[in-house]
Design a protein around this ligand. Structure first.
Ligand code: HEC
Ligand code: HEC
Ligand code: HEC
Ligand code: HEC
Ligand code: HEC
Length: 191
């Protein structure tokens, strides 16, 4: 939060600063965005940054680009369509209609039972170990990006020790070789 950046200030003074600054559109945004996701930033248009680009003759230029302050969420189909009732009992306390994975299989094909080697968390029906049910900043609604998704459960060291993994240093993603849901090949290899 911008309000708290800079020098350390004693707590009562900080509180005062916080209260004083908590008026006007932009500081109101600071306050709101502290508590809520997706509050539009009134200053977003003013935040500019630069990008180095090359024109057709190869000459280096600087181009001003607009930088969005708020993260861009990708919404899950039914969540974006505000079809909360597809998954929640909207009349009674908003409980989930079904447990996962059946909740998800209502709309997504039951790929998990069809393969010889399902991936551990998929076999356990834990779709939300990897996917957000509402929205995410990552594509495919993933909870974490790329290798971080896998390294949350698999040890970096163990993976690096495997002789089949020299490519990992070369910026390759795990899912280019492994199907994250499992498949009929051992280790869910794609090829
Ligand atoms: C595709 C199914 C799905 C849809 C559609 C959906 N939700 Fe959810 N929602 C879930 C799941 C699954 C959880 C449990 C999340 C968890 O445990 O990590 C959840 C949890 C919640 C919670 C509990 C707090 C939280 O975020 O964990 C609230 C509140 C909520 N949903 C509101 C909504 C609203 C409002 C809508 C419609 C705009 C909606 N949901 C649409 C699946 C859905
Ligand atoms: C009511 C139907 C419905 C339910 C229930 C549902 N989904 Fe979806 N899901 C959709 C639709 C519609 C899309 C968007 C399809 C598209 O854009 O091609 C989607 C897309 C996705 C995507 C791909 C997003 C992307 O960026 O391509 C993932 C991942 C996903 N859902 C996971 C889940 C998980 C996990 C659950 C259970 C918690 C679930 N879904 C439950 C309807 C549903
Ligand atoms: C170990 C992590 C992980 C788990 C657990 C997981 N997924 Fe995924 N899922 C992914 C990744 C990664 C992708 C991105 C697609 C790719 O790279 O192949 C994906 C893609 C998807 C997609 C969109 C693309 C497609 O293949 O149709 C859907 C829908 C989906 N998952 C549903 C589910 C459901 C339903 C479950 C629970 C049964 C589940 N996933 C469990 C990691 C996971
Ligand atoms: C939520 C935890 C979790 C996440 C996230 C996760 N895994 Fe797994 N993975 C497991 C579990 C549990 C097993 C089964 C235990 C075992 O066989 O070692 C497993 C097994 C595997 C196996 C087979 C290992 C074997 O010896 O048969 C591979 C390959 C694998 N995961 C790759 C991945 C990749 C690639 C990703 C990222 C897309 C990923 N995992 C993300 C939990 C996870
Ligand atoms: C270039 C392709 C490739 C990439 C990229 C790749 N793997 Fe693998 N992985 C393999 C192959 C091939 C095996 C089978 C190894 C064997 O036969 O012993 C394997 C085996 C595994 C295993 C089971 C054996 C073990 O070492 O525990 C896990 C878990 C695993 N990979 C996770 C990952 C994760 C996590 C990533 C991303 C950080 C990743 N892999 C990236 C090709 C790849």
């Amino acid at each position: 939060m911008a309000v708290f950046s800079g020098k350390r200030i004693a707590a009562p003074a900080l509180l005062l600063v916080f209260i004083i600054s908590a008026c006007g559109a932009s500081s109101n945004y600071n306050v709101l965005s502290f508590f809520f996701d997706g509050v539009p930033d009134p200053n977003a248009k003013n935040l500019k940054s630069e990008k180095v680009v090359f024109d057709s003759t190869g000459i280096k230029k600087r181009e001003e680009i607009l930088r969005k302050a708020t993260p861009k969420f990708i919404l899950h189909g039914p969540f974006g369509a505000k079809m909360c009732g597809d998954c929640h009992n909207v009349d009674q306390g908003f409980a989930l209609l079904k447990k996962e994975p059946d909740l998800c299989f209502k709309c997504h094909s039951n790929f998990e039972t069809k393969v010889k080697y399902p991936h551990g968390p998929v076999a356990a029906g834990l779709c939300t170990a990897c996917h957000k049910p509402h929205k995410s900043v990552n594509k495919f609604l993933l909870v974490r990006k790329e290798k971080d998704l896998c390294f949350f459960c698999h040890s970096v060291l163990g993976i690096k020790q495997n002789k089949k993994h020299p490519e990992i240093v070369k910026d390759m993603n795990c899912v280019s070789c492994h199907n994250p849901h499992g498949n009929d090949k051992k280790f869910f290899l794609r090829r």
